[in-house]
Design a protein around this ligand. Structure first.
Ligand code: HEM
Length: 327
């Protein structure tokens, strides 16, 4: 039975949702090229609307950064986020170490180096996925094409997204200790950039053709993190940077508290703010370098900005007022 027929049978008579055939079909073709009969069948299927929305984003023309990375599925996952990051990175490592590749195009000859970087970035936890987590891992790997390196790209983005979410929680404590914790968290994920830099430009360009409209400029947690530290300037709030995250923009316009405004400027606070500002500035610099390497200096981004020149400007934005770590 085809995946489309299995979905229709489920819609007609219930039973277990055919995860295996559906997800296999998405991987076999890449999300951009899934056969229309499967998409039609899913469109008429009353199953888990969060999953079905993620699967049908391109079909419904709602495709964006959140649906590309299946963030609605990761957001609703229960449990500790460090555990989830460890599971995502273990999955990335297992994929790189597997003898064959389910995404066969442009498979790199040697993946040992990226595996070493992934191991260094991984939270030091002993984790074995539960059956529900195994399913979550499968449902959150929906590449647009069949290029080997897109697997790494997706897992690295997801791991950073979860880290931004953790940092938003940290910063919401408005304490110097929380700022140090957030800085450590961001730094400990740093080797993910080295892993990503092992991706070939050719592989990246191959799958990027199909990611137009999905850009991390739409990352809510990144902008929440930034705007919790300091209220963005009016020009940035009125630009694509915040127009791409309307929920966060509304929050900022409503005048939510910021670390900059709330914390008393004593010695301990200053040291903690400097620590976090340094870690975030380092993150921005590395992101800029990797983006230039993959795109060249002046190719536009998938979020409709000018690309690296947008990032060069964003890199210079002070994390806190009077922050010494400017580019
Ligand atoms: C091949 C690697 C990457 C390239 C070429 C790249 C490129 C870009 C570009 C051109 C932008 C500007 C917005 C746009 O028009 O799309 C951007 C924004 C952004 N990227 Fe990346 N990126 C890469 C990897 C990552 C990773 C791994 C993350 C981690 C989540 C990330 C997070 C962000 C964030 C948060 C923004 C918004 C920054 C802001 O608005 O100030 N990027 N990226």
């Amino acid at each position: 039975m085809t995946a489309a027929a299995a979905v229709r049978a489920f819609t007609a008579s219930g039973g277990d949702f055919p995860y295996g055939p559906v997800l296999d079909e998405f991987l076999r073709h890449g999300k951009h090229h899934v056969p229309p009969d499967l998409l039609d069948a899913l469109a008429g299927c009353p199953f888990d609307p969060v999953l079905v929305d993620v699967l049908l984003d391109k079909f419904d023309k709602r495709y964006d950064y959140r649906s590309y990375l299946a963030l609605p599925l990761l957001d609703r996952a229960e449990g500790d986020r460090d555990r989830l990051v460890a599971l995502l990175l273990d999955d990335a490592i297992a994929f790189e170490e597997a003898p064959g590749s389910r995404l066969p195009d442009l498979r790199p000859a040697d993946t040992a180096k990226r595996v070493r970087h992934l191991r260094r970035a991984r939270p030091a936890l002993d984790v074995t996925p539960t059956p529900a987590e195994r399913l979550l891992l499968r449902c959150t790997m929906l590449p647009v094409a069949t290029v080997h390196d897109e697997h790494l790209f997706i897992r690295v983005l997801q791991a950073f997204e979860l880290t931004f979410a953790q940092i938003v929680t940290d910063l919401s404590a408005f304490s110097p200790e929380a700022l140090h914790l957030a800085a450590d968290r961001l730094r400990s994920r740093g080797p993910l950039w080295s892993a990503l830099a092992t991706m070939s430009v050719e592989a990246f360009q191959r799958f990027r053709r199909y990611t137009e409209g999905a850009s991390a400029i739409q990352s809510r947690h990144y902008k929440l993190m930034e705007s919790l530290a300091r209220r963005p300037d009016a020009a940035r709030l009125a630009s694509e940077a915040y127009l791409s995250v309307p929920e966060v923009r509304v929050r900022v316009l409503a005048g939510g508290p910021t670390i900059d405004a709330v914390l008393t400027p004593d010695r301990a606070t200053h040291a903690a703010m400097t620590d976090f500002a340094e870690a975030l500035t380092q993150w921005r610099r590395t992101h800029y370098r990797v983006a230039v390497r993959m795109l060249g200096p002046d190719r536009p981004g998938t979020g409709y900005t000018a690309g690296p020149s947008y990032l060069a400007e964003a890199r210079a934005i002070p994390v806190f007022t009077g922050c010494p770590f400017r580019e």
